[in-house]
Design a protein around this ligand. Structure first.
Ligand SMILES: [Zn+2]
Ligand SMILES: [Zn+2]
Length: 134
């Protein structure tokens, strides 16, 4: 089974995930733009179990549909590495950039397309949603 490791930029916070992603998506919502400092977030979800090493600080954000997302970021360098949704411990969302792997598969879905910067072009075949379809 394929094992991948994502890490923050200073390297103290790491997560090891197994198997292929359950889903890969990008999110253009303004909260993700602020959270990442980038113009969209790129996330891949993986099934539990996963292994975390290092110290994480938690930040809880309530989504538009009331879900509570618990983001874990490195208290030293500030990188957001992964998040879980409260009550859904069966999977984890990992920031794709934290894998530092340009060969990582492309996103399948694009959400909050209504907030997409006009110069951001989606890869061919990406399913785009105006908001979050879930
Ligand atoms: Zn760090
Ligand atoms: Zn978002």
């Amino acid at each position: 089974m394929r094992v991948r490791e994502a890490s923050c930029s200073c390297g103290q916070l790491r997560i090891e995930v197994r198997g292929e992603p359950l889903g890969i998506g990008i999110c253009h919502c303004l909260a993700c733009q602020r959270r990442t400092g980038s113009v969209f977030a790129a996330l891949a979800s993986f099934a539990a179990p996963y292994k975390v090493t290092g110290t994480a600080t938690e930040y809880v954000r309530v989504g538009d549909q009331g879900a509570r997302f618990i983001f874990r970021f490195c208290p030293v360098c500030g990188t957001t590495v992964f998040h879980t949704e409260e009550g859904h411990d069966e999977s984890v969302g990992v920031a794709i950039g934290a894998f530092a792997d340009p060969g990582f598969p492309a996103p399948e879905v694009s959400i909050y397309d209504c907030r997409r910067h006009s110069w951001v072009q989606l890869p061919p075949g990406t399913q785009a949603y105006q908001k979050d379809p879930t």
